[in-house]
Design a protein around this ligand. Structure first.
Ligand code: MLT
Length: 237
């Protein structure tokens, strides 16, 4: 196997990984990358992920943009959109240019900038992303967004699921893909209940956000591959 896959469990660790010439798959299951996947699957023209709230605020007065902002799981006042996938399935999403800033997901995308390709992964498009990667003949790093620098359960499980699907084409880069794979294999048949017990699921529940968690743990709901092209995330499949 000429290619390898590695897993970075937190944006705080990403500088330890050489991303040059590689494909980085950014994952934030609850909920940023699930939202981005859902929006593109429902016909959004592009997603513009921005790390800084101030930058996102500048788009509020610009023509032609739908703006979304979330911090700590909550919608930011003044922004028409939050970070719930259910708000990215309506007619206003078709053909839309969506600017989005979130607590962790958009940070991980910004910190992946030197990669050759940046893809966005979620359970919703797991197989589509895996099959696309198999056509690219490149090393892969899965970049888990985590929570404010800490590792989280759901992104690590996604990394394990992707490692499992790429085992025939990508050698495991170091111990982290092994750990993620073993964790995935241990709980994959009980994924929804496992993630329902995660720290962020509990955080969202406190905000009366429940159905998003079940939705974001569905596998292969969509056949879409989100890829950064310039400053925009677009569907390349
Ligand atoms: C994030 O970026 O941290 C998450 O997407 C937060 C959330 O949506 O709850």
């Amino acid at each position: 196997m000429s290619n390898s896959i590695d897993v970075c469990l937190s944006p705080k660790l990403i500088d330890l990984y050489d991303l040059e010439g590689k494909i980085v798959v950014v994952v934030d299951i609850l909920r940023a990358t699930s939202v981005m996947t859902t929006a593109l699957a429902h016909g959004a023209k592009e997603i513009i992920p921005v790390e800084k709230l101030e930058v996102a605020k500048e788009y509020l007065t610009k023509e032609g943009y739908l703006c979304a902002a979330e911090r700590g799981g909550e919608q930011i006042a003044g922004f028409p959109l939050d970070n719930s996938p259910f708000n990215y399935m309506k007619d206003n999403i078709k053909g839309a240019s969506i600017v989005i800033t979130t607590t962790n997901g958009t940070v991980a995308i910004e910190k992946s900038a030197v990669a050759d390709q940046i893809l966005v992964g979620s359970f919703l498009n797991l197989t589509s992303v895996a099959e696309y990667i198999k056509t690219q003949n490149k090393d892969v790093v899965v970049h888990c967004a985590g929570w404010k620098g800490k590792t989280n359960m759901e992104d690590t499980l996604y990394a394990g699921a992707l490692v499992e699907r790429l085992q025939s084409t990508h050698a495991l880069g170091c111990d982290t893909p092994h750990m993620a794979l073993k964790y995935w294999e241990a709980v994959k048949n009980d994924l929804q209940q496992t993630v329902a017990d995660s720290a962020h699921a509990k955080r969202l529940n406190k905000l009366n956000i429940t159905k998003d968690i079940r939705f974001c743990t569905q596998i292969d709901e969509y056949d879409v591959v989100p890829k950064m092209e310039g400053t925009s995330l677009v569907a390349v499949k």
